[in-house]
Design a protein around this ligand. Structure first.
Ligand SMILES: [Zn+2]
Length: 347
């Protein structure tokens, strides 16, 4: 196919807006809280180039703020997101399926607020309702560390706690389902994963992860776990930073291998995007912090032509090159996440 025909096809596929269910935006906005228009100046151009529609904006609390700062900084991150969205005039926080549809139709960028680790809640179940009222619509119980709800999977083939959720973690999961907050299984350890599957009935998501088949660490998910999500007609968002243990094999083709593998196991209706772009944060870190991350977690392997939202077209071009049809590409880029939003009673 001629190059200009392919670009036209990408334009068509991107016209409805792309959905990425994991982006650490609120944390960066919080760190830059002394400035205004950070979103418009530093992020909006890339969102526009990539044809982004909806972005899962994840509240995450760095270790250095814990244990005392979780609630305050969680609230501040949400506050920054609303303020910056207003200032940009092109972005809006979405709390319902209708607001998501409206954002996509009006070509605005819609944020769905998510939480990566429930540290802002401490061990107070009542606060879940408060964060719901502020717009939080998807929650992953943990990041890599242990908290009041459960234990994170580690960046090794085994070795995390054999324990599942705490009683608080179980209560939270049930309350999320009752309120209409999507339960996100990204990062949770294998025992916690299984427990959440058993406790819930609605479609479950893994907002940003990869298949252990290609990168065998607990933080990714096994074929058995992929099938559990498939049985519930959930969606798995493919992460761009953990596609392979080696930098040289961390390529766009490998990213598509993950899509294909999960599609082969449970159907293309269960695959979405959860880019987890954080090269922009990583590059701001001093060497000492990068070293700390390499020792404590892992060294991220960024895919050279998929490091930020302006690169989304590269993925679509690769999907076309690999023989995916338009219907399947549209489901991966947008349609599958939209189905999940629609199936939540309150979203
Ligand atoms: Zn994460």
């Amino acid at each position: 196919m001629a190059a200009n025909k392919i670009e036209e096809r990408i334009d068509r596929l991107h016209a409805g807006g792309i959905i990425d269910m994991h982006f650490d935006l609120p944390m960066d906005l919080y760190e830059k809280r002394g400035r205004s228009n950070v979103l418009a100046a530093e992020f909006l151009p890339e969102f526009k180039t990539g044809g982004m529609g909806i972005i899962g904006a994840a509240i995450y609390i760095e270790d250095r703020y814990l244990p005392d700062g979780g609630l305050q900084i969680g609230l501040d991150q949400i506050a920054r997101l609303y303020t910056e969205a207003d200032q940009s005039q092109r972005c809006v926080v979405c709390r319902t399926h209708e607001e998501i549809s409206r954002a996509l139709e009006s070509k605005k960028i819609g944020f769905v607020i998510t939480m990566e680790g429930v540290e802002p809640l401490g061990d107070d179940l009542d606060l879940l309702r408060a964060f719901y009222e502020l717009g939080v619509r998807a929650i992953g119980l943990t990041h890599a560390r242990t908290n009041a709800a459960g234990h994170g999977g580690i960046f090794a083939a085994d070795g995390s706690s054999p324990e599942g959720l705490t009683p608080f973690g179980r209560d939270l999961v049930c309350e999320c389902e009752r309120l209409g907050i999507i339960v996100d299984l990204a990062h949770i350890n294998p025992a916690g994963f299984k427990e959440i599957v058993d406790l819930t009935t609605k479609p479950l998501i893994v907002s940003h992860t990869n298949a252990r088949k290609f990168y065998d660490v607990e933080r990714n998910i096994s074929d058995e776990q992929i099938k559990m999500i498939g049985e519930r007609r959930g969606v798995i968002g493919i992460n761009s930073v953990l596609v392979s243990p080696d930098q040289k094999t961390s390529t766009l083709d490998c990213y598509v291998d993950h899509i294909e593998h999960i599609g082969d196991l449970i159907g293309i209706d269960c695959v979405g995007i959860g880019f987890d772009f954080f090269e922009f944060i990583y590059r701001q870190w001093p060497e000492s912090k990068k070293k700390w991350m390499a020792e404590k977690l892992t060294t991220p392997h960024f895919i050279p032509d998929l490091t930020n939202h302006s690169h989304a077209r590269n993925l679509t071009r690769k999907l076309i090159e690999r023989g995916f049809g338009d219907d399947d590409i549209a489901k991966i880029l947008r349609g599958n996440w939209l189905r999940i939003f629609k199936e939540q009673d309150t979203l």
